[in-house]
Design a protein around this ligand. Structure first.
Ligand code: ZN
Length: 464
């Protein structure tokens, strides 16, 4: 194959370590990794004083979603452009099965929304909301369609999302037979619904009550239940957006016993605490699970350092400041979530590497390598290695920027990380050998991303 583009003279983070190297690419693949100055091709990108990472894989984003009439700013085009600006070359979004409909309906519907619009590659987790003999019988076909993982909600009955324990156990058995992963939004519905009803009855509607009605025990208990059900069902299990220290202890203990039990946390839990709920504009930080205290945050960072967590995701939900304000009269009507798909890298680099909590290798694992393995994208993605897709993020470790609303692509009007000075910004993103973003500008067209048919999780993928 002919070399087309060389990323020269950078510090490339390979699976074996960070080395000064030229990364040679052609026909969308990485062809070779050679000594600095030795790479030859028509185009040379100079990456001197830059760090060259595998393209980010954000395994948890929500583009083109709504909440009580509010729409996310990002659709599949703008969201995937934002992802690329953040150094990501692949994202995994969600396809929702509506109750009474098939899993395949949900998958096809979402692909129609995405396929012709995406700027980076993408996959879909299928959200199962209606477990019955027909949907269980579709599980093998989902694997054929490139869905390596499902998601189930243990909360949100009103929204017609919640899956009760019996059906969840059934889903886990069916997924387990196929070697597929079941991921959970793990919170205890009964505790949350009861606390919410009490607070609302007392007129306690401020954003702080969002956090108080979703106490950590609600998350911890649901994680515990999910792990037990999955273990009995013989199913690989994943906890989405983990924000509970005791919950992480349970996941780590299950893994230590050899169980295929995994979890991710999100960049906002690592960079923010529940002090945000004291702010006058606290509605902007309404998300589920809510932000926790500094002790939980420290536990999450220890978990990342120890290899107890498989990924850091953004859980990007790009409701604008205006959209969040519209529902701000009560925490129960505030659109949940914060945007973050562009900022995983500087957040992990600043709060992780520069703060001495994790090293660059672990950053790379959490940023790309491990989610690629867990969510069935390896070996094509997740590593700088000959034969892999030429997906690269070139990061400037010196570049510093103070976060404000202008840091987000599109008219979101705020950032959850307001005021933080972050280092380690992506300056160029290369998608399958093409320069897709340079200095924040998208150079491609809509629909140049591809749907990623994912395989089963690679087990056991992780850990030191
Ligand atoms: Zn989410």
């Amino acid at each position: 194959m002919a070399a087309e583009l060389v990323v020269a003279n950078g510090t490339a983070v390979l699976p074996t370590g960070a080395v000064a190297a030229d990364v040679v690419t052609g026909e969308g693949r990485i062809l070779d990794v050679v000594e600095p100055g030795k790479g030859r091709a028509a185009r040379i990108v100079d990456a001197r004083d830059r760090i060259v990472l595998p393209g980010g894989i954000d395994a948890h984003v929500h583009f083109l979603i709504g909440f009580m009439g509010q729409r996310s700013v990002y659709d599949f085009h703008s969201g995937t452009v934002a992802a690329l600006r953040g150094g990501n070359t692949a994202v995994i979004d969600f396809a929702l099965q509506r109750r009474g409909r098939s899993l395949m309906d949900g998958l096809k519907h979402r692909r129609v929304q995405a396929d012709r619009h995406v700027a980076c590659d993408y996959g879909l987790h299928v959200i199962v909301t209606d477990v019955n003999s027909a949907s269980l019988a579709e599980v093998p076909a989902m694997a054929q369609a490139g869905v390596g993982s499902f998601k189930a909600y243990m909360v949100y009955e009103k929204e017609q999302l919640k899956v009760d324990d019996g059906p969840l156990h059934d889903l886990m058995r069916a997924a387990g037979r196929e070697g597929l992963l079941v991921g959970l939004h793990a919170e205890n519905a009964s505790i949350i619904d009861q606390e919410t009803a009490r607070r609302l009855a007392a007129g306690e509607t401020a954003p702080i009550f969002h956090a108080l009605t979703r106490p950590m025990i609600a998350e911890t208990e649901a994680i515990s239940r999910a792990l037990l059900l999955a273990e009995d069902a013989g199913c690989p299990v994943h906890i989405f957006h983990l924000a509970s220290g005791p919950g992480l202890d349970l996941v780590a203990a299950a893994r230590a016993r050899g169980r295929p039990a995994f979890a991710e946390t999100c960049s906002h839990y690592l960079a923010l605490t529940d002090e945000a709920y004291q702010r006058p504009d606290a509605h902007l930080w309404v998300m589920s699970p809510p932000l926790r205290d500094a002790a939980v945050q420290a536990r999450l960072w220890r978990g990342l350092a120890a290899g107890e967590l498989a990924a850091v995701t953004s859980d990007d939900a790009s409701y604008s400041a205006d959209a969040k304000r519209l529902g701000a009269a009560s925490f129960a009507t505030t659109a949940n979530g914060v945007p973050g798909v562009e900022h995983r890298l500087p957040l992990l680099y600043t709060h992780g590497v520069l703060a001495g909590r994790i090293d660059l290798m672990r950053l790379t694992e959490l940023w790309s390598a491990w989610p690629a393995q867990l969510f069935g994208l390896a070996p094509a993605k997740g590593a700088i290695r000959p034969g892999a897709d030429a997906d690269l993020a070139i990061m400037d470790p010196q570049q510093k920027r103070r976060m404000d609303a202008s840091c987000n692509y599109g008219a979101i009007g705020y950032t959850a990380f307001e005021g933080q000075e972050l280092s380690g910004w992506p300056v160029m993103t290369i998608r399958r050998g093409q320069v897709a973003v340079e200095d924040g500008r998208y150079l491609g067209k809509a629909g140049e991303g591809r749907y990623l048919a994912r395989t089963r999780p690679m087990l056991p993928p992780l850990g030191p």
